[in-house]
Every structure is written in structure tokens, then in C-alpha cells.
Design a protein around this ligand. Structure first.
Ligand SMILES: [Fe+2]
Length: 231
């Protein structure tokens, strides 16, 4: 948590640094000031996808990450966020879950280590750390709060789609809320987390569910959410 915080402070200075100032410091031959030694660089969607396919073999976990990416992009569009950056956070948030499923020692610490070694942007590191409440990391940006809000909800909407003959098509927020009130359905999904998420983004639960349904429906082929009627 401390590490995430201190990297956040470094990230706020990145706008003052330029490629030429970095080059001059090296050309002068002197030691690099610590603040110049680390310049966060964004991770592109293509790089994130390469990482996901390298780290995750399970098609269901890949699809979950794609679903969260789609939801993050939809919320970014709604809230004026950076769609690419928010999508990458969704794509990478469970990167280490398959290899390191032990929540006491593994996920999401390994992906955080990887991102820090890669000089990823501190906002991305914070979002991924904060999406796991047991890490005790406070979500510092709207992107981080969005990831918390859509992770479980995206999984839940996918679960609802799996039991509908039409899949994701024609699904309404009302039908999702009805399933939320059925404790035995997708019991692992925390109803508390789902209920708390939208307010963090200034949205109603219905609005967020509608955004997630729309995002997942747009990716219905890739996520295999067309339902049994389409088979
Ligand atoms: Fe997730």
C-alpha cells in the first residue's frame, strides 16, 4: 500500500519531465536523479492483451477479463474517463489469478510487482491493488472506483446471461436486480459490493447495470453470450 502511494506521488510529476531532459542527464555522465530514473509509461491495449494471453490459459478467465474491459470502456465513455487506460485496467486486473490464486500470498500482488517493474502508471497499479478489498488499498481515482464497481457486476451479468435462452440479449436491469435478490444464484458474488459500487461513480444501480449489459451485449460473440437460442 505504501509503495502504491509513493509511486502515485512520483506519477504526478511526470508532466514536468521531457525526453530531452532525460537524455541530457544521461549524456552528462552523472548519476540520474532518482525522480528521473523512473518515468511511468502507459500500457497499450495490445501489450495488455499479449500479457493476458501469456499469463492466462483459462478461456473463462480470459473472457471475464474481456468482459470487465468492455464494462470499463463503457463506464469511461459515460464518465469522461480515458477509455484505453480504463479498458487496460479491466483487462489486466486478474492477470495473476490463474498462476497465483492464493489470496494471502498471490493475486493481485504478482501483477502489481510486474506492473511496477514495468514502470506502469501509478493509477493503473492503484486500481488493480484496490480492486482486491483484502489488500486494504484505497481506490484513488475514478478509474479505480469503476474497476471495483464493475468487476463483480460484470461477472454477475454474465452469470445471468448463461441461464437465459436469449443470453445477454433483451436483458434488463430489472431482471438482473431480481437475480441479485436470489441469494443462491451466483452466491460468490458479494451483493454488498455490487450495491455499493454505483454510488462511488455518481450512478444509480440501474444505470450501471444498463451500461454493463450494453457493453457485454456489444461483445456477445467474443464472450459467447448469445444464449442457447442462437446455437
Ligand atoms: Fe475480476
Amino acid at each position: 500500500m505504501q509503495g502504491v502511494r509513493s509511486r502515485g506521488a512520483a506519477g504526478s510529476r511526470k508532466g514536468a519531465l521531457t525526453a530531452s531532459s532525460f537524455g541530457h542527464a544521461r549524456a552528462a555522465g552523472g548519476p540520474l536523479p532518482a525522480r528521473l530514473a523512473s518515468m511511468p509509461t502507459p500500457i497499450s491495449r495490445a501489450e495488455a492483451w499479449d500479457l493476458l494471453t501469456e499469463w492466462v490459459e483459462s478461456s473463462s478467465l480470459r473472457k471475464h477479463c474481456l468482459a470487465v474491459e468492455a464494462s470499463m470502456r463503457a463506464v469511461a465513455r459515460e464518465r469522461g474517463g480515458d477509455e484505453e487506460a480504463w479498458g487496460v485496467a479491466g483487462l489486466l486486473h486478474d492477470l495473476d489469478y490463474e498462476r497465483y490464486p492464493d489470496l494471502d500470498t498471490g493475486h493481485p500482488r504478482k501483477v502489481i510487482e510486474l506492473l511496477e517493474a514495468r514502470d506502469a502508471e501509478p493509477e493503473l497499479v492503484n486500481a488493480i491493488a484496490a480492486h482486491a478489498p483484502f489488500m486494504g488499498v484505497v481506490p484513488e481515482t475514478e478509474m479505480a472506483r469503476a474497476l471495483l464497481a464493475v468487476d463483480e457486476l460484470s461477472g454477475f451479468v454474465v452469470a445471468v446471461a448463461y441461464v437465459r435462452p436469449q443470453g445477454i440479449h433483451g436483458m434488463t436491469p430489472k431482471s438482473v436486480k431480481k437475480k441479485l435478490k436470489t441469494p443462491a444464484f451466483a452466491a460468490a458474488v458479494s451483493r454488498e459490493d455490487v450495491a455499493a459500487g454505483p454510488a462511488q461513480l455518481g450512478l444509480e444501480l440501474d444505470e450501471l447495470i444498463a451500461l454493463v449489459i450494453g457493453a457485454l451485449e456489444a461483445e456477445a460473440d467474443a464472450l459467447e453470450l448469445n444464449g442457447s437460442e442462437a446455437a
